[in-house]
Design a protein around this ligand. Sequence first.
Ligand SMILES: [Ca+2]
Ligand SMILES: [Ca+2]
Ligand SMILES: [Ca+2]
Length: 280
Amino acid sequence: MNTVLRMSLPLLAGAVTLAMPLLATAADVRVTFTNVSPAGSVGTSPLWVGFHNTSFDLFDAGSAASLGVERIAEDGNTAPLSTLFAATTETGIQGTLPEGPAFPGAVRSLEFTGLDLAGDNRWFSYASMVVLSNDFFIGNDNAMEHDLSVLLSNGGMLSFYVGGNGDVWDAGTEVNDFANSLANGAFGIGGGQSMANQGMAENGVVRHVDDLPYASFLSAALVPAGYDFTPLQFTSLQAIGRIDIQLLAPVPEPDTYAMLLGGLAIVGAISRRAIRRRTA
Ligand SMILES: [Ca+2]
Ligand SMILES: [Ca+2]
Ligand SMILES: [Ca+2]
């Protein structure tokens, strides 16, 4: 190898090294939610997910829930939460997984594009109403619980279970009276609310559901075939759902191409000069 070419190799290496972090900055991911709770157990409303830089925090245990959490926990309505998220984190990306409530065994999936997994969209938050309930939900209190930057180095898959071992929340916004829940219709149960936010205000704080939540549930006659919430205790439930976040092909940004091409041009120019000099 001639001297000039040997000198130019570090330049190329430098250009590639500079480009590497940028290669990973705009990524596409697929979020999949699977309801893994036992047959006959609870469902979940369409899962809301947000990718942020920690400027967004879904809730704090022991404090009153935001309007966004109240509406998703009581009615599965993600709109106020979406508004709150957009107002809190300018660079955040969010969405709600499609289709209706996910009952045991159901799988829901949605793709997101252009995420900055090393910065603006590094942290993952999620929320979903537990169906049937007045204001039970699953979601992460710790805004930094799920770090998506690992996707860039671990082969591109992050999976974790949610709602297990008592990690189900009561939003503290509606009195638990399961004969009067908005979701009764989904189970073919009579009564219940005819519209959103109708239940009695609880004026409480977000807390774990650690008792037998359905002990005072309707008479078994009201529960449709195949469902039985009576023995359900969240503290002994392994999980309600599994979330899989899969990195699709990382998309290099225009800057990255420019830098790579710039590096290659420098190397090319030096090599050409070296060849000219040698043949002169
Ligand atoms: Ca929090
Ligand atoms: Ca409640
Ligand atoms: Ca309410």
